[in-house]
Design a protein. Structure first.
Length: 256
């Protein structure tokens, strides 16, 4: 079920990431704990962020999340919680991560306790480990990489079904301070690779975003607005088979 799996895996990457087709492995922002723990090393602010997403406009395919990021001397630490689903099927997650910068590069790791619950069948929890890195080759060119579920955790102790292990690599070219071109490839060990493209353009306090994902094919659009220490992000994804998904998040940024 690759389409449903995609909804569950990407549902808590944040509205900013959704607007650029999840080409966010090179981004250091409030959702780094889920997108690339290595980018926590490039964090400039402490922040609190919360958000909501509805997948394919289907009741029950909803996600809510909250993340707290604390800037430290060499990077940042992060704690996050998220909940997907309804009373019949749900996925809950508690996460923590840390990223440290050294020179032009940063490395990070995040731990996720994930619990699946199915009505009538009980629940099962497991720990998944992500590792990632980010490098600033020049002030205009960034490269990032991540391995999701590097420990290949099992979803169920009674079957051989594993939580997805995904290899990610991405490039972000930033010709100006206002413009970003992103390219990213994600390879799930069980499914074909996904090539993604994202674009973000900033006009004063407003950011406009769009992106394209392959395997399956869908487009995304979004915007962000900054007012003092508050950041509002919204995104719309349109999957040509399954329909539209909506994401919204609000962040409060604290400069250390």
């Amino acid at each position: 079920m690759p389409y449903l799996s995609d909804a569950q895996i990407t549902s808590f990457q944040g509205a900013r990431s959704s607007g650029i087709a999840h080409t966010s492995v090179t981004y250091a922002d409030g959702m780094s704990i889920y997108n690339n723990a290595g980018s926590l090393g490039f964090s400039k602010y402490s922040s609190v962020i919360t958000g909501y997403q509805n997948n394919y406009e289907v009741e029950g395919l909803n996600t809510v999340f909250a993340v707290i990021n604390k800037r430290i001397k060499t990077g940042a630490i992060s704690i996050g919680v998220s909940a997907f689903g309804d009373e019949f099927f749900s996925i809950s997650r508690v996460s923590t991560g840390i990223g440290n910068r050294f020179g032009i590069a940063a490395l990070g790791v995040s731990l996720h306790y994930i619990q699946y619950r199915i009505e009538g069948f009980g629940s099962h929890g497991f720990i998944s480990v992500d590792v990632g890195g980010l490098a600033e080759l020049t002030p205009r060119l960034f490269i990032g990489g991540r391995i999701k579920n590097i420990n290949q955790a099992k979803i169920s102790k009674f079957t051989n079904e594993y939580y997805p292990t995904i290899l990610t690599a991405g490039i972000s070219y930033r010709p100006t301070d206002q413009l970003r071109f992103n390219t990213q490839i994600d390879k799930d060990l069980e499914f074909p690779a996904k090539l993604k493209f994202g674009l973000e353009y900033k006009i004063n306090a407003l950011s406009l975003r769009t992106g394209l994902n392959t395997q399956p094919l869908w487009f995304s659009f979004g915007f962000g607005f900054i007012h003092k220490k508050f950041i509002l992000d919204y995104a719309l994804q349109n999957n040509y088979l399954l329909g539209r998904s909506h994401s919204i998040s609000i962040a409060y940024r604290i400069k250390n």
